[in-house]
Write a protein that binds this ligand. Structure first.
Ligand SMILES: Nc1ncnc2c1ncn2[C@@H]1O[C@H](COP(=O)(O)OP(=O)(O)OP(=O)(O)O)[C@@H](O)[C@H]1O
Ligand SMILES: [Mg+2]
Length: 132
């Protein structure tokens, strides 16, 4: 399914709807270039899960744990699945919380077999195409 959003808030709404299709323990890969809206989408997932903490980009921490309900990853600075494993980041793939992963291609060999993909493409400054 492809959806066009015209604002940050519309992308949040799409992510909230999408979250209804998720189950405990799901691992969701967010594909898209820098500034595509992956972190915005993660914010929508968090909102749908009832998480009230502010969702910040985990670029330096690699992963932020929101009460075991959501694990939000940014693997931009990782270069292998081995690194992710050594840091203990892969353990959370097999827990009850939902994993949402930015730049998952950097740790491709450590990802579980069953993953869901969301692709976000920048059309212009305020417009995004979201492929679910
Ligand atoms: N339709 C839209 N949906 C989502 N974000 C939008 C939209 N239009 C504009 N934006 C803006 O695009 C930016 C997306 O930033 P975001 O941090 O989510 O990108 P990202 O994909 O996580 O990038 P990075 O790879 O650097 O982490 C935000 O500044 C947001 O306000
Ligand atoms: Mg981001």
């Amino acid at each position: 399914m492809e959806i066009i959003t015209k604002s940050f808030e519309e992308t949040i709404q799409v992510a909230m709807e999408y979250t209804k299709t998720l189950s405990q323990g799901d691992v969701v890969i967010l594909d898209g270039d820098m500034g595509a809206g992956k972190t915005v989408f993660a914010k929508g997932v968090a909102r749908a899960l009832g998480i009230t903490d502010e969702i910040t980009s985990p670029t330096y921490a690699y992963m932020n744990d929101y009460d075991g309900k959501l694990y939000h990853y940014d693997c931009y600075r990782l270069s292998s699945g081995e690194d992710a494993e050594a840091l203990g980041l892969t353990d959370y793939f097999y827990m009850r919380g939902i994993c949402v992963i930015e730049w998952a291609q950097n740790i491709a060999d450590a990802l579980p077999r069953n993953i869901k993909r969301v692709k976000i493409e920048k059309i212009d400054e305020g417009t995004r195409k979201i492929i679910l």
